[in-house]
Design a binder for this molecule. Sequence first.
Ligand code: CFM
Ligand code: HCA
Length: 534
Amino acid sequence: MDAREAVLDKYSGRVFKNRKDHIVELDEAGVPKEIASNSRSVPGLMINRGCCYAGCKGVVLGPLRDTVVITHGPIGCGYYTWGTRRNKADAPDGRNFIQYSFSTDMQETDIVFGGMKKLHQAIKEAVEIFQPKAVMICSTCPIGLIGDDINAVAATAEKEFGITCIAYSCEGYKGVSQSAGHHIANNGLMKRVIGSAKDEIPKEKKTFRLNILGEYNIGGDGWEQERILKKIGYEVVAVLTGDGSYEALTHAHTANLNLVQCHRSINYIAEMMKTKYNIDWIKVNFIGIDETIRTLREIADYFDDETIKKRTEEVIAEELEEIAEEREFYRNKLTGKTAGIFVGGSRSHHYQHLLMDFGVKTVIAGYEFAHRDDYEGREVIPDIKLDADSKNIEQITVEPDQQLFHVALDKARFDELRKKNVELEYYKGMFKDMGDGTITIDDFNHYETEKVLEIFKPDIFYSGIKDKYMIMKKGVPSNQLHSYDYSGPYACFKGSITFARNTYLSISTPAWNMMTPPWRTKSTLEGTLGDENY
Ligand code: CFM
Ligand code: HCA
């Protein structure tokens, strides 16, 4: 029985039929296989996925610091998305609302009689107290069920208070995971926010203006990327959306290039900005030392400017120099270890590179809610059949904006960059970087996690809060790759050392030598019973 068959072995016929297509064992390193994904989970299985609301409010909109994002629903949903993701923000102008949790706190009577008045009142209070740049409303499950018209409330509030007010129908049940929420949030930002300042596209040739898309500043990752990019000489126009601002997003159309860090959560905006403003996007990865170097060189290559290219090499050399000693230390300690990674929709790929920098091989990987293109590469997009759940999510189309259209990159240059494997308007997916015999599981569950731990016995397993302690109770070190536990940043050069240190500490803690309780190996009861000594 191979590893895949062993994971599926105990399932009933019906569950087996569903799960078998979500588990893939690669026969040949780097050769993708088709995997079932972005479909409904099997009821009863202990999965790690979140909901549509979590993807819209928690992931994409929540990190905007100058915007009040109101959760329209019972308090639990707002509470769940309050700070646990560790997306950091710091506003020089004091307009940083991310430490607050704004909610209409719907009660039973509101569910019976409707919550629109309460929502209007909440917007009024938020505007009066905080004077945000914009207000966004995110619906939770009961709101969709009782039919509150959040768009009407937003439109009224917008007129009454003279502030942008955008409603998102991202009820938790819409779609099969967070992924639906990303899409809904992307649509709303594209329709109402991005480019709305309508400022002219800078004419000078020598501007190196970037947006970073799909970077949420978890543990300060985005700040580390900005530090490096600015040191080289780039201007970061907007970050979507880590430590991001509504204000910056309105100018995002003036950037020359979009860097896409998390493909899954933001590829819709990257594509729409290409159509509407002709801004190219490239898939980047600031997680991992070699990957950061590759990314920086590719951005420089895109702009093809000698000063930027020279500065890129100088910054790479400086940063490498600073981490050289620790890099060597942790590489010696970690080489030969193996890892498993199960996270949402991007990091399971990105972190394989960072682990490789320190000689750690990833033998098991998986995503909670990625789509086939995140596994197999964007070339499979035309083959993906949309099911009823996906069709339920609004697909918007945008038209080229003649006034704000950027000058196109020369076609020959585009082809040249693609030939050099620069992922321009492309993402290759995770499989192409995975070894033979590795297992990939889509929408993994706790049972399958236990099985792969038994089969592969990895030295460390990276996942989230829902399974961290279950994994540790099986005797396997487990670090969180969503929140980074209490640590970070993990991005770029210095971040890689912080990650390596945490990995080393987790693997080498003496606690793992005490996994076998003493009573298993020797008697702990001593005393006399009658005349006998025991
Ligand atoms: Fe993108 Fe993310 Fe992720 Fe994601 Fe997430 Fe996250 Fe994640 Mo948690 S946007 S897909 S919906 S990289 S919150 S910052 S860690 S599951 S792998
Ligand atoms: C979410 C957010 C989450 C959850 C993390 C976890 C995050 O999906 O709603 O399960 O540990 O990164 O905070 O992905």
